[in-house]
Design a protein. Structure first.
Lengths: 179, 149
């Protein structure tokens, strides 16, 4: 900590040369970022991370298998499955990485995911002839215990709460983690 | 265990060559029985860890042992599945799909092992894992082909 290493990155490097006020601001900024980072991938967020991980693998392996083995049977369904898998993977990465920009991207992706589940779920009921095979989002994800519908809603609630509570809410979560 | 009509003693002599199609009905029954055992164990694990979640507790050593039990049962199911597929049983959903589901089922609980998250949310992850395993068991039976009867 006492030695200034050039590869330590800009925040600590610039902090060395700044006045005490600048140092305090830098620390505060780091803490806020650290708090947010903590919050979206840990505690309740870890449950989301595991579910998004599960769905990345589930939807991804299903899409890859179906695209390779039986693409011509139901191209639309399989491409939708692949799209949902990519979305799950992307949200998973943002949740694990953390930070404010990752949180915003994850929030936007959860919105896309929710829209996808609602549109595809409704379409499978209104015009089932368009889909020649099931997708992860068919019938609002009822084949997957309804998790595809629950996941984006929970994600949006969680990510919004992470923004509203700011850095202070990280403290109780950490207390329980240490206890 | 699949019992051979001509007795178990000839098994040692025929260790090299599997019989072409040994009792598909019995094979389905073994997988079916294992499916029930794994499902019940997974649901019990889910209920147990769900209780820990409700009580705001992290998973403890006993929960870990429960997760290990579910994993070992799922591993046994995978091994039996591999043996029966290699000795001629053809799952209705396809052998590759069946084995993929069986491997996935076995990996769910260890993947969710809440060693990192030492809060109630670790217990919640284990609960979700148990429920997912139970759901996958339903799917496994469908893919195997003995489910609707």
């Amino acid at each position: 900590m006492a030695e200034a290493k050039p590869e330590q990155g800009t925040p600590s490097g610039s902090r060395q040369g700044l006045s005490t006020q600048g140092e305090a601001e830098g620390k505060a900024r780091n803490m806020t970022q650290g708090g947010t980072k903590h919050k979206i991938g840990e505690g309740p967020g870890r449950l989301l991370v595991s579910l998004y991980g599960l769905f990345t693998v589930a939807a991804g392996s299903r899409a890859v298998y179906q695209l390779l083995a039986q693409y011509h049977k139901a191209p639309l369904s399989y491409i939708l499955s692949a799209f949902s898998a990519a979305l799950y993977a992307f949200i998973l990465v943002t949740l694990v990485r953390g930070g404010e920009s990752a949180r915003r991207i994850a929030l936007a992706c959860c919105g896309v995911e929710l829209a996808g589940v609602l549109v595809v779920g409704t379409l499978t009921i209104v015009m089932p002839s368009a889909f020649h095979d099931q997708t992860v989002w068919s019938y609002y994800g009822v084949d997957y215990l309804g998790i595809p519908l629950i996941l984006p809603v929970t994600g949006i609630i969680w990510l919004r709460r992470a923004a509203q509570q700011g850095g202070t809410a990280a403290a109780p979560a950490q207390l329980t983690a240490d206890a | 265990m699949v019992s051979h009509p001509s007795g178990g003693r000839i098994e040692s002599r025929h260790a090299q060559c599997f019989p072409p199609s040994p009792h598909p009905r019995a094979a389905a029954q073994v997988i079916g029985a294992l499916t029930i055992v794994v499902s019940v164990a997974a649901l019990l694990l889910a209920a147990w860890c769900g209780l820990a979640t409700a009580r705001d507790q992290p998973t403890k050593d006993w929960h870990m042992i429960g997760m290990a039990v579910v994993t070992v049962l799922a591993l046994a199911q995978l091994v039996v599945g591999i043996v029966q597929v290699s000795s001629g049983h053809k799952p209705t959903g396809g052998a590759v799909v069946f084995l993929a589901y069986a491997v996935g089922t076995m990996l769910i609980v260890p993947a969710g092992m809440s060693l990192v998250e030492r809060t109630r949310w670790g217990s919640a992850i284990a609960t979700a894992g148990g429920l997912v395993v139970a759901a996958l068991e339903l799917r496994l039976v469908q893919v195997w082909g003995g489910g609707h009867g």
